[in-house]
Design a protein around this ligand. Structure first.
Ligand code: CP
Ligand code: NVA
Length: 318
């Protein structure tokens, strides 16, 4: 860390909130990546960046990574965080989402919320004058996808023209990867069992964006074809939080979609293995692949910290 390095450009992003990467201009994504890289390299006096700023964390679901990285990120930059867990955080049940927003904006400078309904996040953002960050909703997981693509950018220099294959449920993580990939000109293949494909509106919108950026979006059901020649293979749990009663059924449906060494061998030599975590070893991914040399799962987890610090630094206003 050095005070003699040039100051970071912390001018605000073009958006007030980060709810979905589909609403984030590519220039903003690039600024987040550049700021994350600078913060990671220690090229700023961190404790000045958000000195005395406060973050409210409202989590309707469990979390390890998102909770720790936002809290530690705030502390690193001189601020603090207050956490409300799922016993108290039922947005819209004790009082309206609007009233939650109108209260919180009087006490804190930013909100990160992990919700079931994406609509609850949109309502929070609509009524709060302070930035609202999506820490995962049933629809998307934007901070995850930004950390994923930041990690790939670190590994490869650029993601443009590279192919990321996502194998598994067409869920929140998958939607955010699709949104983000096409903005950055990366090709995205999604391979799910029939009936578990990503939301068709997400896919159609991504195909429109892809026409402008040179990306390709491919949706398929055959894992062998999906893995063929990929630069990276990504998977997530077969049943997301809130789908616990479907676990047994999904374990059967997804059995042929496990990422194992055979699948990795179909990808390019040295292809990366990615997972947002938590992982269910022996289900969506084998122990060997999780712990193998191609796995970058903990690099991604580390980068959640740097990327979210950048997001907060660029969203929170004085
Ligand atoms: N990947 C991710 O968001 O992890 P947590 O659910 O532990 O926050
Ligand atoms: N799809 C998973 C991601 C967890 C980070 C879930 O929603 O549970």
């Amino acid at each position: 860390m050095s005070k003699t390095m040039p100051a970071l450009d912390l001018s605000p992003l073009s958006v007030k909130d980060l709810l979905c990467t589909s609403a984030l201009p590519t220039a903003d994504i690039q600024r987040i990546f550049a700021t994350a890289a600078a913060l990671k390299a220690g090229r700023t006096v961190h404790t000045e960046v958000l000195r005395h700023k406060r973050l409210a964390m409202i989590f309707e679901k469990d979390s390890l990574r998102t909770r720790f990285t936002f809290d530690i990120g705030m502390q690193d930059m001189g601020g603090s965080a207050v956490f409300m867990d799922h016993r108290d955080a039922r947005l819209g049940s004790r009082e309206s989402v609007k009233d939650v927003a109108k209260n919180l904006e009087r006490w804190v400078h930013c909100i990160v919320a992990r919700t079931f309904k994406h609509k609850a996040l949109e309502e929070l953002a609509q009524h709060a004058q302070i930035p609202v960050i999506n820490g995962l909703s049933d629809f998307v997981h934007p901070c995850q996808a930004l950390s994923d693509f930041f990690t790939l950018t670190e590994k490869w220099g650029s993601v443009r023209g590279r192919t990321l294959t996502y194998v598994g449920d067409g869920n929140n993580t998958c939607h955010a990867l699709i949104h983000t990939a096409v903005k950055l000109g990366a090709h995205i293949r999604v391979c799910s069992p029939e009936g578990y494909e990503p939301n068709s509106r997400v896919v159609n919108e991504a195909m429109r964006v892809a026409l402008e950026t040179g990306a390709e979006v491919t949706i398929l059901n055959d894992p062998d074809a999906a893995a063929e020649g990929a630069d990276a293979i990504y998977t997530d749990v077969w049943a997301s939080m809130g789908q616990e009663d479907e676990i047994e059924e999904r374990n059967g449906v997804f059995a042929a979609y496990q990422v194992d060494e055979e699948m990795m061998a179909r990808a390019k030599p040295g292809a990366l293995f990615m997972h947002c975590l938590p992982a269910h070893r022996g289900q969506e991914v084998t122990q060997e692949v999780m712990d193998g040399a191609q796995s970058v799962v903990y690099d991604i987890a580390e980068n959640r910290l740097h990327v979210q610090k950048a997001i907060m630094a660029l969203l929170v206003r004085d």
